[in-house]
Design a protein around this ligand. Structure first.
Ligand code: C2E
Ligand code: CA
Ligand code: CA
Length: 731
């Protein structure tokens, strides 16, 4: 109701009252009451928060109360009225609203709660209003009809509604749930706001309890809840961003949730976080998979080396605190390589899986069985007796059980197989050694078990440690010798039946600064054990090639062939052929004078592979000699499959060639083989005339041994060659 209609109403009331007054009520009293009401209406008109107005049908403003004036940005009613030309045009932001307003009034005579976005008239600022209005047709027909109505600004309400709608739309597409979370001054928690996705995040919480912090916390995994609440407290104290991963119970188990939110200290002392929760189960699964990959051996599903080292670190600390002894078992299979080579890797893998099962069955649940790689396994045994003797005895018993169990025959998909383990044991009683040290001790003891003939166990003791340390320093020295000049090659002549030098075998010599001349067989065995063999062999080959190239420009030595020893394991390593090929490209040797000596041990790999590698090198001018022939079990058919240029008959055969009919027979067989295959034989280790004569009599044409000269430095070889020539010339 606007002011004007109030006045009209008052006039009518006063008029009616004056009539009624004639019937006994004093007119003055009625008038006084009407006046009081008028004053009250007047004050309401001026002070209500709602705008009240009257306007002509074509939009001219007739009157406006102070609220209406203020809502439109003016100071006085006069200023407002005089600024308006057509209220409808200048008011609605969407011009169609005016037409709708007019159409509604035409139909119903009124509009109610008509919400529109309009301009604040003076400033043009957009505001939202809700209108109630009606068309008034004055009784006096001469007077034009007009609109009168009330207007209320509802901008805040509409904006909030819009914001909430947008938020709902947004939260529907965000992959997670948005929330506000409050910590009250008394330390209790509440969720003033959660988006609809909260129901997905906490599927077991009833819909109406989704804002109830206690109800939500109850479904968090018991092992995560403390950590989660501590992190919330910390965020409340430091006002740092809260971030936490935790598990929430679902029908199917637990799923992983990541929470993240920014805290704000409120004026009332509460802390309000705004943030989101997202389901990270997929990521956690992936993380677990990667973790497993890093710590689990994929073949046997046992823990791997890394995991074992971590466990051992922890076990050493525990043992330190508890005074209990522990033990590490290092287990290596004795003939795994043979199975792999003869039956293939798939069968080899089956054996490893079976061994893993047997080892696990042999130990207690609390012991850790790991696979370090290849056929090496480690068992960590904890909590043994505090008394070392008892602990050792217990370990010995376990080793016996393992020897027995692993030693039982295997049925690998129809292939029956038998293997034995070599076991090294290192006891530990505290953190006096590091995990890698304890593992090396167990490994050392395992080597001792191998040395003692395999299929047995050895316990690490300090003597082993001393030997180990000596060996280690020897290895360091050997590495150094390759560059210092302490390591050299000597050359032993190979002669024909006339005693003329036709070749030389390069033999390693190491003069140790303190220990003097070292036996090559010994230091080569150590190099093999400690991974230096490949390097050493490569060093020899390169050195020998350098020497051959020097000989090319030497009148006396240029025709000599060079025999160079290569360890079977080096020759069988992948990449050997390629490496030597590359070296020969860089350092070519004339007239194919390089011959590599290999032993029958190369037959541990299948013959076609060995033959192929040899042929590849043949193509580069490198020939092969079978060394120490007669000591192994190579058959004539295996031998014939290899492209060999020479066979070296082992000294043990040569030196007994004249002893008896039996030994003579062995010599004959070997030489017959050489003739049948058309591979010349070299009699090695010829020390006496007798040996020389008997080998020659059996048809051998090439010889090597102290009788013709031992291994000497190049200068001496050259000198002896020169005397031999001048002798031959003068003869
Ligand atoms: P091998 O290849 O059979 O070398 C022949 C060995 O017999 C040499 O011992 C040599 O000095 C020795 N010898 C030569 N003539 C006679 C003789 O008339 N009587 C006796 N009793 N022995 C004789 P050395 O130099 O001590 O080498 C021992 C082994 O060490 C070699 O046996 C070979 O297996 C290995 N070796 C030596 N140098 C190298 C090398 O550069 N590379 C590789 N991979 N192995 C090498
Ligand atoms: Ca040799
Ligand atoms: Ca030999």
């Amino acid at each position: 109701m606007d002011g004007v209609s109030v006045q009209t109403l008052l006039a009518i009331i006063i008029f009616v009252c004056s009539l009624v007054g004639g019937f006994g009520v004093s007119f003055a009293a009625m008038r006084a009451r009407a006046l009081r009401q008028e004053v009250r209406f007047e004050s309401i008109y001026n002070s209500v928060a709602d705008g009240i107005y009257r306007s002509t049908l074509d939009g001219r403003l007739l009157s406006a109360n102070p609220a209406m004036v203020q809502m439109n940005g003016y100071e006085t009613e006069q200023a407002f009225i005089s600024s308006v030309n057509d209220m409808g045009d200048e008011w609605y932001i969407d011009p169609r609203r005016r037409d709708e307003f007019v159409a509604l009034i035409a139909r119903d005579g009124r509009v109610e709660n008509f919400v529109s976005e309009v301009h604040r008239h003076k400033t043009g600022e957009r505001i939202w209003i809700s209108e109630n209005a009606q068309l008034v047709r004055p009784e006096d027909r001469k007077k034009a009809p007009y609109y009168q109505g009330t207007v209320r600004e509802v901008s805040d309400q509409i904006r909030r509604q819009n914001a909430e709608r947008r938020l709902a739309q947004l939260t529907a597409i965000v992959p997670g749930c948005l929330y506000q979370f409050r910590r009250d001054a008394d330390g209790s928690y509440s969720f003033p706001y959660v988006s609809r996705q909260m129901a997905n995040m906490f599927p077991l919480v009833e819909a109406e309890k989704l804002q109830d912090a206690e109800a939500l916390f109850e479904t968090v995994h018991p092992s995560d809840i403390e950590k989660m609440q501590a992190s919330i407290e910390e965020s409340a104290q430091t006002l740092a961003t809260w971030s936490c991963d935790f598990r929430v119970k679902t029908e199917e188990g637990y799923h992983w949730v990541h929470g993240n939110s920014i805290p704000e200290l409120q004026p009332d002392g509460t802390v309000l976080w705004s943030g989101f929760l997202s389901d990270i189960s997929a990521r956690k699964q992936e993380e677990e998979r990667v973790h497993d990959m890093a710590f689990i051996d994929s073949l046997t599903k046992l823990p791997n080396r890394r995991y074992m080292e971590d466990q051992l670190d922890r076990a050493l600390l525990m043992a330190d605190r508890s005074d209990r002894n522990g033990a590490v078992f290092f287990i290596d299979l004795d003939n795994f390589k043979r199975l792999n080579d003869t039956e293939g890797h798939a069968v080899g893998d089956k054996l490893l899986v079976e061994v893993a099962d047997r080892l696990q069955a042999a130990v207690r649940k609390s012991d850790t069985v790991a696979r370090l790689g290849g056929d090496e396994f480690v068992i960590l045994v904890e909590g043994l007796e505090a008394d070392i003797k008892s602990a050792e005895m217990r370990s010995g018993l376990l080793a016996r059980r393992i020897l027995q169990s692993v030693g039982e025959p295997y049925d690998l998909d129809g292939v029956s197989f038998h293997t034995t383990p070599s076991i090294g044991i290192a006891m530990f009683e505290g953190a006096s050694h590091t995990a890698p040290e304890v593992l090396v001790h167990a490994d050392t003891a395992m080597y001792e078990a191998k040395r003692a003939g395999r299929n047995t166990m050895r316990m690490f003791d300090p003597d082993m440690q001393r030997n180990l340390e000596q060996t280690m320093s020897l290895i360091d020295d050997l590495r150094e010798a390759m560059t210092s000049g302490d390591l050299t090659l000597h050359y032993q002549p190979v002669v024909n039946a006339e005693g003329e030098k036709i070749a030389a075998e390069a033999l390693l010599r190491w003069t140790h600064p303190e220990r003097g001349v070292m036996n090559p067989r010994e230091f080569l065995a150590i190099a093999q054990q400690y991974g230096l063999l490949a390097e050493l062999n490569d060093w020899v080959i390169e050195k020998a090639i350098d020497t051959l190239r020097e000989w090319e420009s030497d009148e006396v030595l240029r025709d000599l062939r060079m025999f160079v020893n290569v360890s079977a394991s080096r020759f069988l390593q992948s990449g050997f052929t390629e490496r030597l090929g590359a070296l020969l490209m860089k350092k070519p040797v004339k007239h194919d004078r390089l011959t590599l000596e290999v032993t029958e041990a190369v037959m541990s790999r299948n013959t076609p592979y060995v033959a192929e590698q040899m042929r590849n090198l043949n193509a580069l001018g490198v020939s092969f000699c079978m060394d120490d022939f007669g000591t192994g079990f190579t058959s004539i058919s295996q031998l014939s499959a290899l492209p060999l240029a020479y066979i070296k008959v082992d000294p043990t055969i040569v030196q007994r060639s004249h002893e008896s009919e039996d030994t003579r027979l062995v010599v004959r067989t070997v030489l017959a083989m050489s003739r049948a295959l058309e591979i010349p034989a070299i009699a090695e280790g010829v020390e006496t005339d007798e040996q020389f004569k008997s080998m020659k009599a059996e048809g051998c044409t090439l010889f090597q041994g102290f009788k013709f000269g031992s291994a000497v430095p190049i200068v001496d070889l050259k000198a002896s060659q020169m005397t031999a020539r001048s002798f031959a010339l003068s003869a």
